[in-house]
Write a protein that binds this ligand. Structure first.
Ligand code: ADP
Length: 602
């Protein structure tokens, strides 16, 4: 850090002022001194001239005594020492001393100058008075002969004293000027430095990130311009930062709301970014892996290979990745592209991951379904073909055999029809659900159960099974009446099929936890637990032979499950081997006893 601006400006100012003042004072005092000395000598000369006349008069009459008395009288009055010296150097009159005691004055410089006819001036030490004196001497001329020299003098001390007083006054004035100048220059330097200091403080706030701060604009043009420019710069910076932030948030928002996994790497294979979907697919913690090498943080080898491949290729790269443990694998499709800057240099790569597990499963389900349908239909067709051939081979001739075989053929055709009808029913429900075309209206549950029992009562009688219903009168729900009835019929039908002789099947409905739960309870063989999870799949049968023998299509429970789903509910089963099974449909309960309910698509 350098020195503060005030300390850079102020001392030179003071030095400048002192130097200027010294020169001025020196010049002024020398001038004053010279002037004063000149004036003093002119003064001494005037005094000499004033008494010149009288002195010359007394001198020409040789009245040396009178001359001495005259100067002794005039000298003290005018505070001037007056001396008269003959050309020989002998002093004949002196205002301050006894002439008899005085030595020869011929070689005094002012005397010598005067003897040559000029005005003699000299400042020197007086041997007579033992102090510094200033002398002026003029010749006393009679005719054209120099008779003597008249000299006036005063002590230099008097001159010096005056000069010292004058000097002191100048010094005091100077000091006052210095102090004033110092104060003024302090004010000026502060006026220059303060706005700059404010700018510095403002710039520091900018640097700390407070870009919305506005610097005050000082009145000086240069500093004011600088402050304005800085304010403009900060505002622009603020705008850009906001834009970058907004863009970053947008990208982050897009990435995190994407179902597809996205990961970006730099050319060295370090993970720059990955979204939540990618982290979840790869089962890694997004925050921990950012900035680290793909080699260290991505356990999946296929993905690592894909990334290496992408970084090495200018073309988009595709690859299949399997993640997760055995039996719970997820299949992911990866699409990678190299990122290239405007100069054509690689700046990394982006890989988009698509979880195609569901698609794959659907594909499998579809394949299995086609296989199942084919198989289901093939069995009766093979049988029909066999009987028809037997008939053609001669059985037709025996009317008894022919009737028997044709009855079987008719049974098989019925079975096939049943399968096809169930398939059609199932696909209709599915399509209606897909198109949201199933209309739900407020309906009484007891009525539905009664209708279903009516349908099944014949079969129940045949099988010697009692149907017992338990249902409150005022139980309502939003239902599609014929569909729900179909679902309950399927359950009762199964219950009758899998009950023993003289058994009873309970059909119950109740309101429970906001749902209407319809249960069909039998006391038959029950279902082994390992079959329960798959029971509602199409064509799934616990005992294939028995089911076919009982004339089931294997689609009844699948249909009922879809009916439950179409009501916004679900189906469940509880079963114990040898004790019987309970199948339950739970659909949302409608509490209001009256009121129109508009058909709702859901
Ligand atoms: P199906 O037309 O063969 O009855 P479902 O889909 O209705 O086909 O039933 C599938 C299988 O579930 C049946 O084959 C049967 O093995 C078993 N199942 C259904 N209901 C019962 C029940 N009440 N008791 C025992 N097993 C049952």
């Amino acid at each position: 850090m350098g020195r503060r601006i005030i300390w850079q400006l102020y001392p030179p100012y003071i030095l400048l002022i002192l130097a200027a003042l010294t020169v001025v004072i020196w010049y002024a005092s020398t001038s004053v001194e010279n002037l004063y000395r000149e004036r003093t000598s002119a003064d001494l000369y005037s005094r000499a001239v004033l008494i010149e006349q009288q002195a010359r008069h007394l001198l020409t009459q040789d009245r040396h005594q009178a001359l001495d008395s005259l100067v002794k009288e005039l000298g003290p009055d005018s505070k001037t020492r007056i001396t008269v010296i003959l050309t020989s150097g002998r002093v004949i009159a002196d205002s301050d001393e006894d002439v008899a005691l005085m030595d020869n004055h011929a070689n005094r410089p002012e005397i010598q100058q005067a003897l040559e006819g000029e005005r003699g001036v000299s400042s020197r030490f007086s041997n007579t008075l033992k102090k510094s004196m200033m002398y002026v001497a003029i010749p006393l001329v009679s005719g054209d002969r120099i008779e003597a020299v008249l000299r006036t003098s005063i002590p230099v001390k008097m001159v010096d004293e005056t000069l010292t007083t004058l000097g002191n006054q100048i010094a005091v004035g100077g000091l006052i000027v210095v102090v004033l100048a110092a104060l003024i220059s302090l004010v000026i330097t502060r006026r220059i430095s303060r706005p700059i200091e404010r700018l510095r403080q403002g710039a520091e706030r900018f640097a700390e990130g407070d870009l919305s701060y506005q610097l005050p604009i000082p009145s000086t043009e240069e500093v004011g311009g600088l402050a304005q420019s800085m304010n403009k710069m900060a505002a622009q910076l603020d705008d850009r930062l906001r834009m970058v932030l907004r863009q970053r948030n947008e990208i982050q928002g897009i990435l995190s709301s994407m179902v597809e996994g996205v990961l970006a790497v730099d050319p060295e294979g370090r993970l720059l970014n990955l979204n939540e979907a990618a982290a979840e697919m790869l089962q890694i913690d997004a925050d921990q892996v950012r900035g680290r090498s793909v080699r260290d943080v991505i356990p999946n080898e296929q993905l690592r290979d894909l990334l290496t491949h992408v970084l090495a290729s200018r073309e988009p790269v595709e690859g299949a990745i399997t993640v997760g443990e055995e039996n719970d694998e997820r299949y992911v499709q990866g699409h990678g592209t190299l990122l290239i800057d405007p100069q054509g240099k690689s700046i990394g790569a982006v890989v988009v991951l698509n979880d195609i597990t569901r698609l794959r499963r659907l594909e499998t389900v579809r394949r299995e379904f086609v296989a199942n349908v084919s198989h289901e239909l093939k069995t009766p067709i093979t049988a029909i073909k066999g009987f028809v051939e037997t008939l053609l081979d001669g059985a037709l001739d025996s009317p008894e055999d022919a009737r028997r075989f044709l009855t079987i053929v008719a049974d098989k055709v019925d079975h096939m029809t049943e399968i096809i009808e169930d398939l059609l029913a199932l696909s209709r429900i599915e399509q209606d659900v897909d198109k949201e075309e199933i209309r739900l209206e407020r309906g009484n549950i007891r009525e539905v159960l009664e209708a279903a029992m009516d349908t099944c009562v014949g079969k129940a009688k045949e099988a010697n099974v009692d149907l017992v219903m338990e249902c409150p009168e005022d139980l309502y729900a939003r239902i599609n009446n014929p569909l729900l009835e179909q679902g309950v019929v399927n359950l009762i039908d199964n219950a009758i099929k899998y009950s023993g002789e003289r058994d009873k099947v309970d059909i119950r409905a109740e309101a429970k936890n906001g749902h209407v739960v319809i249960s069909v309870i039998d006391h038959g063989s029950g279902i082994p637990p390992e079959h329960l999870p798959r029971l509602f799949e199409r064509f799934y049968r616990v005992d294939k032979g028995r089911s076919r023998q009982l004339g089931g299509s294997g689609l009844g429970l699948a249909i009922t499950k879809h009916i439950a789903l179409a009501h916004g509910g679900e189906i469940s089963v509880k079963s114990e081997l040898g004790q019987g099974s309970t199948f339950s449909i739970a659909i949302p309960h409608t509490l209001e006893a009256t009121g129109d309910i508009a058909p709702v698509s859901w």
